[in-house]
Design a protein around this ligand. Sequence first.
Ligand code: SF4
Length: 99
Amino acid sequence: MDRRQFIRFVPLVALASSAFAQQDEVDPKSPTAIALGYSTDHSRVDTTRWSKKGQDVQGQQRCQTCALFTSTDNGNGICSIFAGRQVAGNGWCNAWTRR
Ligand code: SF4
């Protein structure tokens, strides 16, 4: 591969890997995420709508403390409720279950 080909190739690889990474993340606007009240930031959950989170006065309910969360090396993790897709470690949904 010559220099000119390399310069064309690298941005394509970066774009493809970026698209793949985004595809793996749970979209908070997807129907399942909306139904479960998933947010990427547990502190921004509407506690008037999601009373379970409203009872969490110490802010301990978040993906990182959930039994359904498997941590990955970037602080986020995989959630079994969302078919093994990636969720924010600081996120929350109404399926939160104490470890
Ligand atoms: S089930 Fe647990 S890990 Fe999955 S999104 Fe809800 S709070 Fe986060």
